[in-house]
Design a protein around this ligand. Structure first.
Ligand code: HEM
Length: 315
């Protein structure tokens, strides 16, 4: 079916230097639902309108819908694997689910482009939504995460990228779509920076300066890289990440906004389970000793074509 795959939204768009993440709930009532549905038909045009002015600005927008919102806004048929965010981990080390019906992932090489598009998209939605979280992120030096390690190295590329992220014949009505998980993390940088570089490398599972992966003899089974590596039938299961650092250094806030796209939520959930519960249970991700997840949401990203068509849909 791959040849006929509908045009996806900009899920696999190139790495950019700026981002705005917006998570919103949809207001109650038929009027709000009508506004959001109509807006689905305007997203692509608004993105073109803003992006055209800076042709090499790489502006893109991906929008996704949460499980409850899908039913209210669009009804049946629904994406086969869409469900609310599943929480993992014990008290004190938990991946919490937080409110969210709509996700906007706005990327560009300039923050003014992201800002303008976010303004246009939110203005068009008006009172039909209530923004519950908004984060502006930035690319940090040579692709380094807030904790100082290069982030994104093991992302899939080429054919593997689309195979890992885009729904195909397993759910034909939603082909070209994707699932996306977001989590906002806050880091205890004082505690993290108190570790030696060698200890930090054992937490991540890679060398800090060179980004080279630790070999099996030196990589702990509770390192981030070990616990997020999944295999199925001898093949590695990949997701696409575009995490961005954010924060307010003067106020002591240092964060990572995690975003992962996958063809199925189960890959994302297995990684979360390994990180927060542990593999085996108790052998959890040591990055969580220095990082707290404060939000969590799972969304379905319709293909670009379906997004336009949703404007006409009635539940
Ligand atoms: C505090 C938040 C996080 C930070 C700072 C972080 C950072 C990193 C870094 C530095 C790497 C190594 C380089 C690379 O391959 O990208 C990495 C790898 C990876 N992370 Fe994360 N990550 C975070 C959360 C997550 C979450 C929540 C997931 C999945 C649900 C995840 C999935 C992965 C995967 C799949 C890899 C590649 C593993 C491999 O194939 O070696 N990460 N992350």
């Amino acid at each position: 079916m791959t040849d006929l795959l509908p045009e996806p939204q900009a899920v696999c768009s190139p790495i950019t230097s700026s981002v705005i993440f917006i998570v919103a709930t949809v207001a109650l009532g038929a009027e709000a639902a009508d506004t959001v549905r109509g807006w689905c038909g305007d997203v692509a045009a608004l993105t073109r309108t803003v992006g055209k002015r800076v042709p090499d600005g790489k502006l893109s927008c991906v929008c996704g819908f949460g499980s409850t919102a899908w039913d209210v806004l669009f009804g049946a048929p629904r994406p086969m694997q869409l469900h609310p965010f599943r929480e993992f981990g014990p008290e004190g080390r938990r991946a919490p689910a937080t409110a969210g019906d709509l996700l906007l992932h706005i990327r560009a090489d300039r923050m003014d482009l992201c800002f303008e598009l976010a303004t246009q998209l939110c203005t068009a939605l008006g009172d039909a939504i209530l923004v519950v979280d908004e984060v502006q992120g930035f690319r940090n030096f040579d692709m380094r995460s807030m904790v100082g390690f290069v982030d994104g190295t093991e992302n899939p590329a080429g054919r593997k990228l689309t195979d890992s992220t885009l729904i195909d014949s397993e759910d034909p009505a939603f082909a070209g779509g994707s699932y996306v998980m977001v989590q906002k993390y806050l880091h205890n940088m004082t505690a993290w920076n108190a570790l030696s570089v060698e200890d930090q490398e054992r937490v991540i599972g890679r060398r800090k300066l060179s980004d080279v992966e630790l070999d099996d003899a030196h990589k702990p089974s509770n390192s981030h890289s070990a616990l997020t590596t999944l295999t199925e039938n001898g093949q590695e299961v990949k997701i696409l990440r575009d995490n961005m650092p954010f924060g307010r250094p003067g106020m002591g806030e240092f964060g990572t906004y995690f975003i992962g796209y996958a063809r199925s939520p189960s890959a994302l959930e297995k990684m979360l389970e390994n990180m927060f519960v542990g593999r085996p249970a108790g052998n959890y991700d040591r990055l969580l000793d220095y990082s707290t997840a404060v939000t969590g949401g799972l969304f379905f990203v319709p293909s670009a074509q379906l997004l336009e068509q949703l404007a006409e849909r009635k539940p």
